[in-house]
Ligand binder design. Sequence first.
Ligand code: PMP
Length: 420
Amino acid sequence: ARERYVAARPKSAAAHARARAVLPGGNTRSVLFYTPFPTAMAKGEGCWLEDIDGHRYLDLIGEFTAGLFGHSNPRIQAVLQATIANGLNLTAVGENEAKLGEILCARFPSLERVRFTNSGTEANLMALAAARAHTGKSKILGFYGGYHGGAMTFAGGGSPVNAPYPVILAQYNDIEGTVAMIRENAADLAAVILEPMMGGGGCIPATRDFLATMRAEATAAGAVLIFDEVMTSRHTAGGLQRLHGVTPDLTTLGKYMAGGMSFGAFGGKAEVMSVFDAYREGSMPHSGTFNNNVLSMAAGTVAMGELFRDEEADALRARGEALRAALNQVCARHGVAMQFTGIGSMMQPHFRTGPIIRPYASTPAEDALRELFFLDLMAAGIYTARRGMVALTLPVGDAEAARYVAAVEEFCEARKPLLA
Ligand code: PMP
């Protein structure tokens, strides 16, 4: 499978060799690195991609959820072109940032006030800074396998935590252990941060009980509860917090919300967010040249105000649920050690049976299967994350979803001996 991958991609191989001379590892996004070399894409349309060697792929990763609207949504292209015509970099506030703020605050239960950033990473960093300033405490409680951006990757297995604040880590969905840790650290604990479904950690949902317990315990400990909904916000028009009926103090957002332009946001209780209120003496500064860049703000008002509302979010979640059910039926019918976890339009294959409630260290056999699955999908013209994650985009229809189900069926048949 590897030889076939390499032989079909001479231009991607050359591009990678050239990139390695100036970029460590050959790129600037760790998630896009894989051996023997990553496929370089040339262009996209709707839910289709074309690589620089001329192969076409069904795009089932959609920029890790940021590409929700597809590659060529006409409404988004039009608003971007109209915005460009009025000039970039105006060094001023505009009208769209308040409009986008109104849209988001009306939809997310926890958002009374919101601020914009360039990325989800920054949104999380600023949310944690706000929590520390608000509480006057220092520590952050996160979860093994949690991903909160390039500066906050809480890898498991004792590998380093690259966060700028003192962090303690608990096990996801472990109510008893986490409660004990929160109580022990209450005096120093500024924030508890978690994704209400782990995305990068393997599309593993938190139970509602776990989220509700975190809510109660954070309050009791005088800590700020932060939901990182950078990925999961797509599951309803008001995020997973709305689906579960559990409201955090702060929420962080990002990805698709600016129609595919770079974006991040954080917000929540007015009382906590007031640390940034410039009318207040000693308020915390939060600058950023591109925080309110005109392209993200204009595309965001259209994307969130017109293109992705309750109806679209609910339909997308239903389509994802149906796809995951179909995939798991295929796995069950073949009796293979393979399953898909997730919620709605986000899902992840795992090469093991039994319930998966938190990230785990995969075995070498699982790693080998993951690579083989990816290579087989690439050969079938289907592009997913290297780790297998799927994030549906709005242009993906029933026929495209069926293509993926057929490819999984094919994989189960062809690789059955390896999937015992
Ligand atoms: N939080 C979560 C849950 C994410 O999945 C990501 C990005 N994959 C981030 C934060 C960081 O967002 P960004 O890549 O925009 O910095």
